[in-house]
Design a protein around this ligand. Structure first.
Ligand code: ADP
Ligand code: MG
Length: 473
């Protein structure tokens, strides 16, 4: 049997946040259908598009975060085609001088790092939004002209897992930069997937099949896996892959033929004559570099290097921007970063997962959170008590600090602990026998003391006193 290597290239469209549209003064806002549009967006004769500087700035941030080469000059081109959602009959995009080229993103799949190379990222405008009903369609022009950034990878992705890792890393770039909410469920981020297969010894890539406009990452993964299987079956049976566009059917988990794809559709690209070339000065680019927000990998490095958090935990914290922001907030109130991380990763995430909740559902203030962590760090309450406090607070929706007061603090008084240990000795004479016969019973007795006190004793002190008491026997 031939072993085929999947080859995948992704084209990701992301709507950028901005006050106005990419080339007009209409608001970039969903709002009530057909209320946010201008003559520019719907292509009246004689219109003059004006480039949105904010959209350029945000696109440049992304290009820089993607380690792209930035051109000296920006220009815009017309991509001509007809479709009802494109009232002008052409889309203004970037063909000749995209805002970023030859970039890369690092991903990590099962502990293996890989560089995903970026062909280019270019700024264009979104089309109108269409709703196809039984025998008619509705069109909403609010989306027409919304700034859209398209980022295209090289065909260098080799599995659906890598594809998802790349998509998540890219989405986090958008989120960390704050240029888009990148919500796939709202169509703010949409993916075109290209898949082909090749054998190890082949020097050329196989024929690719394209699946357009998939708007959930889970579906991207499924579509890739299903398409790899379909192509493998065809090749194994001695068939050939046709270059075509296919649609992924989420219900039946298969792809359907949509249309054949000729090598390059002739869009008759030409320079948009109403937009002059824009020179990107070093000053302008530097002013953006200066205000670039911290990215996921930068936070991850800070967490491991400065806070001593493990790479795995730092990865977990930074993968979710909301979680990472919350963590930053908590430690800004003085809590130990490492102890905070231990409670979040070692307890809170599990709790949320078990209760089908996510971090946005939590309304514990960062300041209260920090106070509890400080009490733990100072030895006033144990790790177990912290977990109990959080559980009760979250389960019963009671303020965290109130729960903490009612649960009481840790027992760290040496004599009190000595008394408890001796009680445990009296209640468990068999263990004492074992000890006298040379058996190691420390762990077992610690467990009994913990059980007796509901985990309230300070473990360090208890251990010490226990050793003293055992020696006395
Ligand atoms: P188009 O604009 O016609 O879609 P591009 O050359 O811009 O074509 O490529 C689009 C995407 O297809 C890119 O992400 C690229 O990596 C990917 N791609 C190109 N050739 C292949 C191939 N043989 N197999 C898989 N993906 C491919
Ligand atoms: Mg394409």
């Amino acid at each position: 049997m031939n072993k085929y290597i999947p080859v995948i290239g992704l084209e990701v469209h992301c709507e950028l946040k901005s006050n106005s549209k990419n080339f007009s003064t209409a608001k970039n806002d969903e709002g009530e259908a057909n209320t946010n549009l201008s003559v520019v967006d719907i292509g009246y004769p004689g219109i003059l598009p004006v480039v949105n500087k904010e959209a350029v700035r945000k696109s440049l941030m992304v290009a820089l975060a993607l380690n792209c080469e930035i051109p000296k000059r920006l220009s815009f081109d017309r991509k001509n085609y007809y479709y009802p959602d494109l009232p002008k009959g052409y889309q203004i995009t970037q063909f000749g001088n995209p805002i970023g080229t030859k970039g890369y993103v690092m991903i990590n799949v099962d502990g293996v790092e890989k560089k995903i190379t970026i062909q280019d990222t270019h700024l264009e405008e979104d089309t109108a939004n269409m709703d196809h009903l039984s025998n008619y369609s509705l069109i909403d022009y609010n989306r027409a002209g919304v700034p859209l950034l398209e980022t295209v990878t090289d065909p260098c992705i080799n599995s659906s897992k890598e594809a998802i890792a790349y998509l998540e890393a890219l989405r986090n770039i958008f989120l960390y930069l704050g240029v888009s909410d990148a919500r796939a469920d709202l169509g703010q981020i949409r993916v075109d997937v290209n898949v082909s297969l090749k054998r190890e010894k082949d020097s050329e890539l196989g024929t690719r099949v394209e699946m357009k406009n998939i708007n959930s990452f889970t579906t991207v993964k499924e579509a890739i896996d299903v398409e790899i299987k379909r192509q493998t079956d065809i090749l194994e049976a001695g068939g050939v892959i046709e270059q075509e566009t296919r649609r992924y059917d989420e219900v039946n988990k298969c792809t359907h033929f949509m249309r054949g794809k000729v090598d390059a559709i002739d869009y008759k690209y030409y320079r948009e004559p109403n937009i002059p070339e824009i020179t990107l000065t070093d000053n302008f680019i530097n002013s953006i570099k200066k205000v670039m927000p911290v990215l996921e990998y930068e936070r991850k490095i800070k967490y491991t290097n400065e806070y001593g958090i493990s790479t795995v935990d730092a990865g977990t914290l930074t993968k979710n921007k909301k979680l990472s922001d919350y963590f930053e907030d908590i430690i800004s109130y003085g809590a130990s970063p490492k102890d905070t991380s231990n409670i979040i990763v070692g307890f809170l995430l599990g709790y949320l997962n078990k209760n089908n909740k996510n971090i946005s559902d939590i309304d514990i203030t960062a300041s209260d959170f920090s106070d509890i962590i400080k009490m733990m760090t100072d030895g006033k309450i144990s790790n177990k008590q912290v977990k109990d406090i959080f559980t009760k607070s979250l389960d019963e929706n009671i303020n965290l600090l109130e729960v903490a007061k009612s649960i009481g603090t840790q027992i760290s008084d040496k004599e009190e602990i000595r008394r408890i240990i001796n009680e445990v000795f009296k209640e468990n004479t068999k263990v004492i026998e074992d000890y006298k016969n040379g058996k190691n019973v420390n762990g077992f007795i610690m467990g009994l003391v913990m059980k007796k006190t509901g985990g309230k004793v300070n473990p360090g002190i208890t251990n010490m006193v226990l050793k003293e008491e055992l020696e006395k026997l």
